[in-house]
Design a protein around this ligand. Structure first.
Ligand SMILES: [Zn+2]
Length: 332
């Protein structure tokens, strides 16, 4: 039977980079050989993920041409799924904390704008149950996989569907892509998170090379407590997002100040009509250069529009200074 609902279009795109760009096995630089596109239905709309996949190019390495996927991918979505982990977390919370039935959860999700069928709600509830039970059920298989691999790079994320709901904590391994542990906690206190990390490291008993997270204060402390001395990388996306707030504000302020200096363009443009034709043409070209630099916007934080304006105005100023020098030279 044909699907009743067409797949919803993506409303935004996120590019996910790998934090780790060197091969975890041999240490040589990996290449971004191809990108994967995945559509994720989240509580905030449909997001298209552009995943930068890296592979080791060293032919003598055990991980030669084995894909290394962005660490953040697993915090969005489970393998072979189309609904985000936030939706799964909400389904679980509505079922077990609020004791709602599947049809009620379905209506709730629809009202939040999530395109989903009732059957999918049932599936997601099953995934939620599996996630929480996987630790106990699948431990021997997991142990075998991890032992063979000989090391772990952990990623830890907390999904809180809405305020007041329990947080679904998920710990993954970035090398194998396996979910190692999923638990719901009422709080996100350092000691509770440290206990989760310790549970993973004690049970699997292989060296942990590093941890990747969004750098939330309680996670940072938990890593320090549970895994002292182990490198803790912040996800670049979250890192940039935090840093960009300050940069963006400063840049916007700078742009405002700069704009004050180039007010009155219209006045100049109006005044040149009577002048000699050749001069008028040159002056009007300068005016449009200034105008163009005022309207071209950069994309913060990496391409700051204030800085761009400053660069362009400097170029115009340098050019004007040159003209002025030439004029002085000619008049002598
Ligand atoms: Zn390698």
């Amino acid at each position: 039977m044909a699907r009743k609902d067409l797949k919803p279009e993506a409303t935004s795109e996120k590019v996910l980079e790998c934090v780790q760009k060197h091969c975890p096995e041999c240490g040589s630089r990996m290449w971004n050989e191809y990108n994967n596109l995945r559509h994720v239905r989240t509580l905030e709309g449909v997001v298209q993920l552009r995943l930068k996949i890296y592979r080791c190019q060293n032919m003598s390495c055990d991980r030669y041409r084995i894909a290394y996927r962005p660490e953040q991918e697993g915090s969005w979505i489970l393998p072979h799924h189309e609904f985000g982990l936030d939706v799964i977390a909400l389904v679980g919370a509505l079922r077990y904390q609020d004791h709602r039935s599947v049809p009620q959860i379905h209506i709730h999700l629809k009202s939040k704008g999530v395109c989903i069928s009732e059957r999918s709600v049932t599936h997601l509830l099953a995934r939620y149950d599996e996630l929480l039970s996987l630790w106990l059920r699948d431990i021997s298989r997991l142990k075998a996989v991890i032992k063979e691999q000989g090391r772990l790079i952990l990623a830890i994320d907390g999904m809180q569907p809405t305020v007041g709901h329990e947080v679904l904590w998920v710990i993954r391994d970035c090398l194998s892509g396996e979910i190692l542990l999923a638990k719901t906690l009422l709080s996100s206190k350092t000691e509770d998170l440290a206990a989760l990390l310790l549970e993973v490291s004690n049970t699997l008993n292989v060296p942990i090379d590093g941890v990747v997270s969004d750098g939330q204060q309680s996670i940072r402390k938990a890593v320090e407590v549970a895994l002292p001395g182990i490198a803790h990388g912040l996800c670049h996306f979250h890192y940039l997002k935090e840093a960009s707030k300050i940069i963006y504000e400063a840049d916007r302020h700078a742009k405002k100040q700069l704009k004050k200096h180039v007010r009155g363009i219209r006045k100049i443009e109006n005044s040149i009509s009577g002048d000699e034709k050749r001069v008028a043409a040159i002056v009007s070209k300068y005016c449009s250069a200034v105008r163009a630099s005022l309207t071209s916007d950069g994309r913060p934080p990496l391409d700051a529009s204030g800085l761009k304006l400053q660069e362009r105005l400097t170029l115009i100023e340098q050019s004007l200074t040159k003209v002025e020098k030439k004029k002085l030279y000619q008049s002598h």
